[in-house]
Write a new protein. Structure first.
Ligand code: B12
Ligand code: SF4
Length: 498
């Protein structure tokens, strides 16, 4: 069968497509795990943000797919609807399968989306379910036997039982198929970038995170042999930067240290690595872990700081993962210690913070912004976002604090909840006003990292960061409100990809 796999073009504030365009890890993995007789194409539509309609039409015409699969996050749901409608119009007989976080956690939203265009939902991990679905479609097997699949029944979906999460240790999930990608242009500020997984899952239960509902609290890891082969394959396909997309690679610090050594021993430390990490793991093991990370090529570390105030951390259920320990005893917040360990080893900190929690006052939000200004290299500040089925969503709903049910706005930098003390728009204004200047400061680092790219694109990067602003608004605080309104209008317009 001909299979076309698409990821959505939508990007968000901190990942402007001008500078950052990464492959979707799910689609490569799905492509690597279908039976070999299928012809699979993977198209990451973030590579063609300005030409989504033409690209989808061309791919559907040229490939004549029997099955089209879409990977969808919550804030991309409207775009997914448009793409499904387009596929239906051009290729009515293609079966449409949706998967990823949004369809898995909000399958009810897909019953009528785009006139009920989705034929199947793959819930949770997709490799085996999708492989079995293709077999059933080709050979006429029983759809009811496929765990993790939802299929049409009457006016809705029939949900088969969940599929247990894969133990990655048994080699049951094969390597991704990067050769299936049919669009080019992946970049991380001018360097070709790829994604690699070394593990899946997390045993924490932060209230804002979709992981727990998606797969439960567990942790499974691939063998180092497989990880190294995967990195080599990414390099062979041109990558110079690798983003390790593990949910929480720092859950097992000894393993992470061993992985750094394995990367060094395999001669793969000439690549540049990015990773997400917990502050507690870096703080408590920084003396050994951070130098190893640096030697292995790690350059940017996304730290899940979440918030610097204890009350907020409690609300986010993120206290434990941000607590440092000494001699087995709690020893305060781990954040500064973690940042220091990374800085001493010449790594940059992307600071993940969440501002606008239910009891936040203006002062609480300002305190976090000031912290980011002083301590992090690149800000990744978000607002709490009520993604389907997260515990946080229930809290916000119970307290009547959700101000928008329009999931298109659920991109993390649009404030869709208010606090008990501050209006949503004001929370967003405070973040927007502060963050632009932090990003400007990091442009100098970006210029050292990729001088050619910044020379060619620096002005456009600046224009994106400061879109909506004018000279007057930069000098006159009263004009800032109008600039903020212009920024929001521009961002809304950017979201119309079709
Ligand atoms: C890597 C990552 C990113 C990268 C994306 C790189 C890329 N191009 O893929 C970056 C840093 C850019 C990013 C940004 C954002 N991300 Co992000 N990201 C992740 C992360 C860490 C891992 C995702 C991954 O690659 N996993 C590995 C693959 C193999 O697994 P998978 O994606 O789950 O796919 C499997 C199944 O879902 C399923 N599947 C998926 N798609 C499909 C499609 C079909 C057809 C089928 C059959 C099956 C299927 O099968 C796959 C294989 O088993 C997750 C989880 C986490 N711990 O935080 C968040 C996560 C996906 N991100 C999330 C969000 C919200 C965002 C942002 C909006 C804001 C933010 N919080 O940072 C932005 C917006 C992205 C954008 N488009 O601009 C949320 C999604 C929540 C939701 N309900 O939609 C997650 C779950 C984190 C969270 N807060 O809970 N992200
Ligand atoms: S530690 Fe990270 S991956 Fe784990 S539940 Fe918290 S936010 Fe999610």
């Amino acid at each position: 069968m001909n299979v076309l796999l698409l990821s959505m073009p939508d990007s968000f504030e901190h990942m402007p497509a001008l500078a950052i365009r990464m492959p979707n890890g799910a689609l490569g993995s799905l492509a690597g795990n279908v039976d070999p007789d299928h012809r699979v194409a993977v198209a990451d539509l973030v590579l063609v943000q300005g030409r989504v309609r033409e690209t989808v039409e061309r791919l559907v015409r040229d490939m004549a797919p029997d099955v089209v699969g879409l990977s969808v996050m919550t804030f991309q749901r409207r775009t997914a609807a448009g793409i499904m409608a387009l596929v239906r119009a051009f290729r009515p007989r293609a079966r449409i399968v949706v998967g990823g976080y949004d369809p898995s956690l909000a399958p009810e939203a897909y019953v009528d989306l785009a006139g009920g265009a989705a034929d199947f939902i793959v819930r949770g991990e997709g490799e085996i379910t999708f492989r079995e679905l293709l077999r059933a479609l080709e050979g006429g097997g029983d759809l009811g036997d496929i765990a993790g699949l939802s299929h049409r029944s009457g006016t809705g979906f029939r949900h088969n039982p969940d599929r247990p999460v894969s133990g990655l240790e048994d080699g049951g999930i094969r390597l991704p198929n990067r050769a299936a990608r049919v669009l080019a242009g992946y970049t991380l500020v001018g360097r070709a970038v790829d994604v690699v997984e070394t593990s899946r899952g997390c045993t924490f239960d932060c209230s804002f995170c979709s992981i727990v509902e998606m797969r439960g609290r567990n942790f499974h890891a691939y063998s180092f042999d497989r990880v190294l082969t995967d990195i080599r394959d990414a390099r062979a396909h041109g990558a110079r930067s690798i983003f390790l997309v593990d949910d929480n690679i720092t859950l097992n610090v000894r393993r992470f240290e061993a992985l750094c050594r394995a990367i060094i021993d395999a001669g793969l430390a000439d690549l540049e690595y990015l990773v997400q990490a917990m502050t507690s793991a870096i703080a408590d093991h920084g003396e050994t872990l951070a130098p190893l990370m640096r030697r292995a090529g790690f350059r940017y570390v996304f730290l899940g700081i979440e918030n610097i105030l204890e009350d907020d951390l409690r609300f986010l259920r993120a206290s434990a993962k941000n607590r440092s320990r000494e001699n087995g005893r709690p020893a305060g917040n781990a954040t500064l210690k973690a940042i220091d360990a990374l800085h001493r080893n010449r790594m940059y900190v992307v600071g993940g913070l969440i501002v606008g929690n239910p009891d936040d006052t203006r002062e609480a939000i300002e305190a976090n912004l000031e912290f980011a200004r002083r301590h992090v290299d690149y800000p990744y500040i978000q607002h709490p976002t009520p993604y389907p089925r997260t515990p946080m969503t229930r809290d916000f709903r119970d307290r009547g604090l959700i101000i928008s049910e329009d999931v298109e706005d659920y991109d993390g930098t649009t404030a869709v909840v208010r606090t008990e003390h501050v209006a949503a728009e004001e929370v967003e204004f405070l973040r927007w006003r502060a963050e632009r200047w932090m990003k400007l400061r990091h442009l100098a680092v970006a210029a050292r990292h990729s001088p050619g790219f910044v020379l060619r694109n620096g002005l456009r990067m600046l224009a994106h960061t400061f879109r909506g602003s004018s000279l007057r608004s930069l000098l006159d605080r009263r004009a800032e409100r109008q600039a903020f309104a212009r920024y929001r209008a521009l961002r809304r317009a950017e979201r119309a990809y079709l």
